[in-house]
Design a binder for this molecule. Structure first.
Ligand code: FEH
Ligand code: ZN
Length: 356
């Protein structure tokens, strides 16, 4: 059987749109027919060489770490306890640890130093069929808006800010009377604005973005206020923040962009004992003034992707109809142009490849 695959043969070059053989599945794997493959800014960064120094790449590889689809076939050793049958709609947890380290044993396989990430190895969602170990599939009912194109982004864009907000909540930085900013309303931030209300415990939620279209998505998704931070210095943003919320400072920030400017702005507006959770990866370094960090006892969380149980919580919210999806459908032959649009910040919500 043949399949379409957009494959990477090296850095800084377009993906090759090919027709290749559907790969065989190992006995403990399931062949997933991809119904939706989210296109993440990280995919553009992978191709552009952002991970060059840190990842050994055995080209060609197929990008795409946000996958949902259907069970096409089951390997011989997939246990009945997995509860999987052909035709089931499934979501792929995309971070596959070695199962041997401390992080894997507590369930944080996304932190495994020897793990494999879908879309950073031979197989990712930019191909029509994907072999996945049965342990990394979560069955979802196929009703209403629970479609592969809506479910796929929940495995990264809709998972990463969720984990970051859980860290802010667990650290006691959220709750009534607090001001929580969602900085960057791209793929991650369109979910971050929703989780800020769902997990914020009554916090006042302010969205920061650089375009009115994206701020509208944040407000539609539950943010209480929106500030366009394009070409504004900290004082101007602080004044607008005070006019909107009655306070010119933030108690917590879920930082979904990762640009050096947006992280700098977050810390410039942070209240005493405030906290920032960084989940975005646009930049390379952060520049944080040391004295305020110490004297005002800031907390700075790095938060990466999400673990399997975080994903089951997100999917439970989706199944309960608590998550709004902002998806731009992409045809397979539009993949390269869409990656360029993502790099420019021109995509609203999440771009998702559908193999019509
Ligand atoms: C995913 C996989 C690998 C590196 C970075 C990412 C981010 O998109 C996590 O949100
Ligand atoms: Zn991603």
């Amino acid at each position: 059987m043949k399949m379409r695959a957009a494959r990477m043969y090296g850095y800084k070059q377009p993906l090759r749109l090919e027709e290749i053989a559907v790969p065989p599945v190992a006995p403990d794997e399931v062949l997933v027919k991809v119904g939706g493959a989210g296109m993440c800014r990280t995919d553009f960064q992978l191709i552009d060489g952002y991970f060059d120094s840190g990842l050994e790449m055995d080209f060609p590889i197929t990008p795409g770490h946000e996958v949902a689809g259907w069970v096409e076939g089951l390997g011989a050793d997939v246990p009945k306890s997995a509860g999987l049958s052909e035709g089931d709609q499934v979501v792929v947890f995309g971070s596959w640890g070695d199962g041997a380290c401390r992080q894997c044993h507590v369930g944080n396989e996304q932190l495994c130093a020897h793990g494999v990430w879908a879309g950073f190895s031979r197989h990712g969602g930019y191909q029509e069929y994907l072999p996945v170990n049965y342990r990394y599939l979560i069955k979802m009912p196929g009703r209403g808006d629970l479609t592969p194109e809506n479910l796929a982004p929940l495995t990264d864009a809709g998972l990463t800010p969720y984990r970051g907000l859980k860290k802010l909540r667990a650290g006691g930085h959220l709750g009534a009377g607090r001001t929580l900013a969602v900085s960057g309303i791209g793929g991650l931030g369109s979910y971050g604005a929703q989780y800020a209300k769902l997990l914020g415990g009554g916090a006042d939620v302010v969205a920061f973005a650089r375009s009115e279209d994206k701020l509208k998505i944040a407000l539609d998704n539950g943010a209480d206020h929106a500030i366009n931070v394009r070409d504004k210095d900290t004082d101007a943003v602080r004044e607008e923040l005070e006019n909107l919320t009655g306070r010119g400072e933030l108690d917590a920030v879920i930082e979904c962009a990762g640009s050096e400017d947006s992280i700098r702005l977050a810390f410039s507006l942070l209240a005493t004992e405030g906290a920032v959770a960084s989940v975005g990866l646009i930049g390379n370094r952060v520049d944080i003034p040391l004295f305020p960090l110490v004297a005002r006892e800031y907390t700075y969380f790095g938060s990466f992707w999400g673990n399997y149980n975080d994903l089951t919580e997100v999917l439970a919210l989706a199944e309960a109809g608590r998550i709004k999806h902002t998806v731009t459908r992409v045809r397979f032959d539009e993949v390269n142009e869409t990656l360029d649009a993502i790099a420019r910040g021109d995509v609203l919500g999440r771009a998702v490849i559908v193999y019509d």
